[in-house]
Ligand binder design. Structure first.
Ligand code: UDP
Ligand code: MG
Length: 158
């Protein structure tokens, strides 16, 4: 198995509900190596770069849903004028899949109860989006792309 790196974001719903610590506890249980951590104020540019590949795809063919996704990661639904997201990089064998498993399925109702999203996620029916607490890169290619968006090379340990 190859050594991989992967990105995790504790999203604005997770930050608002002070779930960063509990989420990291579960990430640490993977026994992967934490090599980067940073608190980030999410600009519109950063949000759009992060989600660029989802624009016009799947449910996001609906422009309103895509804009909601952008607003969500900018903290606009969670009352955070600082737009805080906690970004982490984990490294190790099969890190992408290991972290995805710890984070759980996209829809909190489908996510394993042992996962971050299964334990802490919820569906916001009023606005029609998932408050699924954390982001995790979907594959190695996505991971390297996302890490380069959120971190400068010197902010990550080798
Ligand atoms: N999302 C949502 N409703 C959907 C699909 C996606 O609210 O029906 C949001 C959710 O926050 C998800 C993000 O869009 O985490 C990115 O979607 P993706 O398919 O990449 O899921 P992920 O990789 O985060 O599991
Ligand atoms: Mg994804």
């Amino acid at each position: 198995m190859a050594i991989e790196r992967t990105l995790v974001l504790i999203k604005p719903d997770g930050m608002q509900r002070h779930l960063a610590g509990l989420s990291i506890d579960r990430l640490e249980n993977t026994h992967l190596e934490l090599i980067g951590v940073k608190i980030v104020s999410v600009t519109d540019k950063l949000a759009r770069e992060h989600y660029a590949l989802l624009e016009g795809k799947g449910p996001f063919v609906d422009k309103t849903l895509y804009e909601r996704l952008i607003n969500f990661i900018k903290g606009e639904y969670h009352g955070d004028p600082k737009r805080r997201v906690l970004a982490l990089v984990y490294q190790g064998e099969n890190a992408v899949q290991g972290i995805r498993k710890a984070v759980g399925a996209t829809n909190p109702e489908d996510a394993s109860p042992d996962s971050i999203r299964g334990a802490f996620g919820r569906i916001c029916r009023k606005h029609g989006y998932y408050e699924n607490v954390a982001h995790a890169s979907g594959n190695v290619e996505e991971a390297e792309r996302e890490i380069a968006i959120w971190f400068k090379p010197e902010e990550i340990l080798k």
